[in-house]
Design a protein around this ligand. Structure first.
Ligand SMILES: Cc1ncc(COP(=O)(O)O)c(C=O)c1O
Length: 366
């Protein structure tokens, strides 16, 4: 069996280190907002090159808190790509705002910036690109659109799948998470950097938003029993932060391994029945997706050869049961194509060479 992702195997060399750190937390008892939390925030902001980082309970909350921190009028519009995880859209609705969809670029997993302008009006307050699969959106292009717009528009990027990717659209190649107004990361276990439970982190260069976000994630409180905002209970557990402090050290190496596997797929996958997506130059390949009009047949062959696969995602945002009614008669062909034809191949950093070869051979011969 070639597993889709083997987290146990990936982390087994650090399990003992993590256990001894957790034992130390037992002795201290600082389970909520303990030292490990602040140390992780410092290390993560240093890693992405942002001035500040505020950890929180999960990636969905990271997005919701960020939107809430802007204090926008109800029903302000937020532009997002039509293909992303449900959380991108749900966070907008839960913050009392309105998601507006834009299709993906053809054969790319990121928002088509040429179609963004058509969706901007006086209610547009945020553009929220998603660096899907670790492939970076054209941030410089989006910043130009924002600059040329009459009203104030914020840039919040959903970096849930892009820990360590670079902003390929800028000359200075800064890391994702360092150049938007606010950037949101998920630290869900299966992410490139993942905790052993739910976790998330927000980065920003703005002291103003840093202060608001810190307050919002702690029930609107900077001082015990003083609550100056209606906030959220969305703190990162000290134990999860301790795990993340150990795992952050492995991120660079694991991203490198993901890139090497993706390079093999790019070079050696060769079959007219499949289409390879175009990923950004510094993509960290949270997932590697190919498209096939004959997906059912391909799945059968992968099953037969005991190769695990997944779908990211089988429904575009306007196709989700919970959201269908909000986007009547809307069509986004490139997003729908990924939903209908996309299949995610194993990209576990520890895949063996012979396993990668087998995956390529099976796909090339179907
Ligand atoms: C693109 C995207 N946005 C947001 C999220 C939400 O993160 P979480 O699951 O940590 O709430 C995810 C997680 O899967 C994601 O992939």
């Amino acid at each position: 069996m070639i597993k889709f992702y083997d987290l146990y195997n990936l982390d087994k060399k650090i399990h003992n280190k993590i256990l001894s750190k957790i034992k130390k937390i037992f002795n201290k008892g600082d389970y909520i907002l303990g030292n490990e939390v602040f140390s992780f925030e410092k290390k993560f902001s240093k890693f992405v090159g942002s001035n500040y980082a505020v950890s929180c309970a999960n990636g969905t909350d990271a997005l919701t808190l960020s939107l809430k921190s802007l204090n926008l009028p109800t029903n302000s519009e937020v532009i997002i790509p039509a293909m992303t995880y449900c959380s991108t859209a749900f966070s907008i609705l839960n913050a009392g705002l309105k998601p507006v969809l834009v299709d993906l670029d053809i054969n790319k997993p990121t928002i088509d910036i040429n179609q963004i302008k058509k969706k901007i009006n006086s209610k547009t307050k945020v553009i929220m690109p998603v660096h899907l699969y670790g492939s970076t959106s054209n941030l410089s292009g989006i910043k130009k659109i924002i600059k040329s717009s009459k009203n104030k528009i914020y840039l919040i990027d959903d970096c849930a799948q892009a820990h360590g990717s670079l902003d390929d659209s800028s000359k200075n190649n800064k890391k994702i998470g360092s150049s938007a107004d606010i950037s949101c990361f998920s630290l869900y276990p299966g992410k490139n950097l993942g905790a052993y439970g739910d976790a998330g982190i927000i980065t920003t260069n703005s002291k103003k938003y840093y202060k608001i976000l810190k307050n919002l994630r702690n029930l609107g409180s900077d001082k015990k029993y003083i609550h100056n905002r209606v906030g959220y209970n969305s703190r990162l557990d000290t134990i999860q932060a301790a795990i993340l402090n150990v795992k952050l050290k492995l991120l660079k190496e694991n991203n490198k391994k993901r890139r090497i596997i993706a390079k093999s797929y790019e070079k050696f996958l060769d079959n007219k029945k499949i289409t390879k997506l175009i990923y950004s130059k510094s993509c960290v390949f949270h997932q590697y997706i190919i498209l096939s009009k004959q997906r059912k047949k391909l799945i059968k062959i992968l099953n037969h050869n005991k190769i695990q696969y997944a779908f990211h995602y089988p429904h575009a945002i306007h196709q989700l049961k919970a959201l269908k009614k909000k986007f009547p008669r809307q069509k986004y062909v490139n997003a729908e194509r990924i939903a209908n034809e996309g299949i995610s191949l194993p990209i576990d950093p520890n895949l063996k060479k012979n396993e990668i070869k087998k995956i390529i051979k099976v796909i090339n011969s179907f």
